[in-house]
Design a protein around this ligand. Structure first.
Ligand SMILES: Nc1ncnc2[nH]cnc12
Length: 603
């Protein structure tokens, strides 16, 4: 029988959760999408595309079967044993002989709004089979509120990947400064957007025993069956149990006991392996006890340099290496996160699902040969067929950085009673502790003292360039010059770190002129800069160029004498209140465990 595929536009899944929404387009002649799927499943019509000859993984049963994957209208119609029964003259055939066929990978927790605009980077993730993402919007969302989240989702809407976001609650926390309550309504309304899966990462310190305006978001998420992502770094015992009353998942367990405790309290545990950390040895140990059902995998963000090497493909490979059975590692990267976050149609190859299909050379290397995204072949035998698709953000997202006046860096000696002041002792990674230092005194001012590793550090609100705080810090080993960035985690800030006010002023002003990003200055010379032109949070350059410029920024920090192992991570997380440490806010140093803000005067 000569079979030709029906010429119809696709039925596309456009949403999850409260607002399931389908767009049937202008279906012509071939009946409804459901009927067309049924016709293919019954062998009465050809598929648009068939993946044949491979061992197909079914995450529901954790089994591999010698079946084909028949796709119609961008959805899986059936997994027939006989590929010929659904193959017509116009059917696209993807050969998978001797290969393994799995659902597209789902990154259960990432940050697509920081460092790199994902519309110019997504293809690297897709090349490795990651077709769906649950992303935070804590960079663009803290700077622009709900409009930022919407702009991010709009920018990524037409890519051949599926992006779902969480509402960033950070502006609604009042633990270390006033909450921006005015944002509450728009954030709450966002939860009704089908592209939004829940509330984004909420550190326990802002949640347990407190009633910030974010409580409304949690209640609303619960009412519409959406998730609340926890950030439980350093949270255990009774505090963890209390936290579990609000949050539904957490990616911050770094010990096997921590993973087990979360699952015990009904919190979906997400194992992380990405640019920030690799926690998979502990995660694999917990899996030995727990099994796979309450566990998912995530990257928690892949920085541009690392993205060039892979995304969830690398995480699955690492999980298998850590001792997780391949069928379970695959399930944790497909069905489990899709179910947890309500990503209907994702994470499975069952009939009716979205046709996101990944063909692996083998399970040991998780080497991705071909990828079908939403029914289209986007990678064919290692040949990537899609590329960057730069998006134009609304005008207000460009040139959005205001910087402080020239005298903002002046710290008068009367900021303290004695000779010492409170400071941050940077340790490593995301960690920093309280300390006191004795800055140099000169002309009625307190100054940095590089000979004793005492630098000035300042953070200003980049939306007005006014509110801010200048303090001191040790631990970076900076000997000269200054650096500045707007890549400050979860804070719409511009941060400067340096040992003389002139270079500090220049670095921060330069970042303002760039519209955000990074600048490293020494003796009045800009050594390197990297613009984050999208809202001050992300580069719009090609990802390869951003990766190279980030390396150049790191290299330039070495020319300032900075010897911290990961200087960029260290600097930009000085504003991150999600770990028990001393951090920086617009109003002073935040003592995370004490939930207090202190100034320069010794405590
Ligand atoms: N809170 C955060 N903000 C930005 N990037 C991150 N990567 C991991 N956690 C992050």
């Amino acid at each position: 029988m000569a079979l030709s595929p029906p010429r119809v536009s696709r039925k596309r899944f456009v949403g999850v959760g409260c607002g399931l929404d389908y767009d049937d387009g202008d279906a012509n002649g071939g009946g409804s999408a459901v009927n067309r799927r049924e016709a293919v499943a019954l062998g009465e019509a050809p598929a648009d595309l068939v993946v044949r000859g491979g061992r197909v993984f079914r995450p529901e049963t954790r089994t591999f079967d010698d079946v084909a994957v028949a796709v119609v209208d961008g959805t899986v119609a059936a997994l027939p044993e006989d590929a010929a029964s659904v193959t017509g003259p116009e059917t696209t055939v993807v050969e998978a002989t001797d290969r393994v066929v799995v659902p597209g990978f789902v990154d259960a927790h990432t940050h697509l709004d920081l460092h790199q605009s994902f519309d110019t980077a997504y293809h690297y993730a897709l090349r490795g089979g990651t077709t769906s993402f649950v992303t935070e919007a804590s960079g663009i969302g803290t700077a622009f509120g709900a409009a930022g989240v919407e702009a991010l989702l709009d920018a990524l809407a037409d890519l051949p990947v599926t992006v779902r976001a969480t509402v960033p609650p950070q502006a609604l926390f009042d633990t270390f400064g006033p909450a921006e309550e005015a944002r509450g309504d728009a954030f709450e309304a966002l939860l009704d957007d089908p592209r939004v899966v829940g509330v984004g990462e909420s550190a326990w310190v802002h949640v347990v025993g407190r009633e910030p305006p974010a409580e409304r978001l949690y209640e609303h998420a619960r009412d519409c069956g959406k998730t609340v992502t926890g950030h439980g770094a350093g949270c255990s015992g009774a505090t963890l149990q209390a936290f579990a009353g609000t949050v539904t998942d957490d990616h911050e367990a770094i010990t096997s006991e921590g993973v087990e405790a979360r699952v015990e309290h009904g919190v979906h545990a997400i194992g992380r392996c990405g640019s920030i950390r690799d926690d998979l040895d502990a995660f694999a140990e917990a899996y030995e006890t727990l099994g796979a059902s309450e566990l998912s995998l995530c990257t928690d963000g892949v920085w541009p340099r690392d993205l060039l090497d892979g995304c969830m493909d690398a995480v699955v490979e690492r999980a298998i290496d850590a001792g997780i059975a391949p069928v379970d590692a695959l399930r944790m990267a497909t069905l489990n996160p899709a179910r947890h976050f309500g990503l209907g149609g994702k994470g499975t190859l069952a009939p009716g699902s979205d046709a996101d299909v990944v063909i692996l050379e083998d399970l040991e290397t998780v080497d991705v040969a071909s990828v079908v995204a939403d029914g289209d072949v986007v990678v064919h035998n290692h040949d990537l067929r899609v590329g960057p698709r730069a998006h134009d953000y609304p005008d207000e997202f460009y040139d959005a950085v205001r910087t402080p006046s020239a005298d903002a860096w002046r710290v008068p000696v009367d900021a303290t009673d004695g000779s010492s002041v409170e400071a941050i002792a940077y340790d490593e990674g995301l960690f920093s502790a309280p300390t006191t230092v004795e800055p140099t005194r000169e002309n009625g001012e307190l100054r940095a003292d590089p000979a004793n590793d005492i630098a000035k550090i300042g953070l200003f609100d980049r939306r007005d360039g006014e509110s801010g705080f200048v303090g001191f810090c040790t631990g970076f080993g900076i000997e000269g010059g200054a650096l500045a960035t707007t890549g400050t985690w979860e804070t719409p800030g511009v941060l400067g770190l340096g040992v003389n006010d002139a270079d500090l002023r220049q670095a921060v002003a330069h970042v303002g002129e760039l519209g955000g990003g990074w600048a490293v200055v020494r003796d009045g010379e800009v050594l390197v800069d990297l613009p984050y032109s999208i809202g001050g949070v992300a580069s719009a350059r090609d990802v390869e160029e951003t990766a190279q410029l980030l390396s150049a920024v790191e290299e330039a920090t070495r020319r300032l004498g900075i010897d911290a192992a990961r200087p960029l991570l260290g600097v930009q997380t000085l504003t991150f209140t999600g770990v028990p440490a001393r951090k920086l806010t617009f109003g002073g140093y935040a003592e995370i465990r004490e939930r207090a803000v202190v100034g320069l005067a010794p405590q």
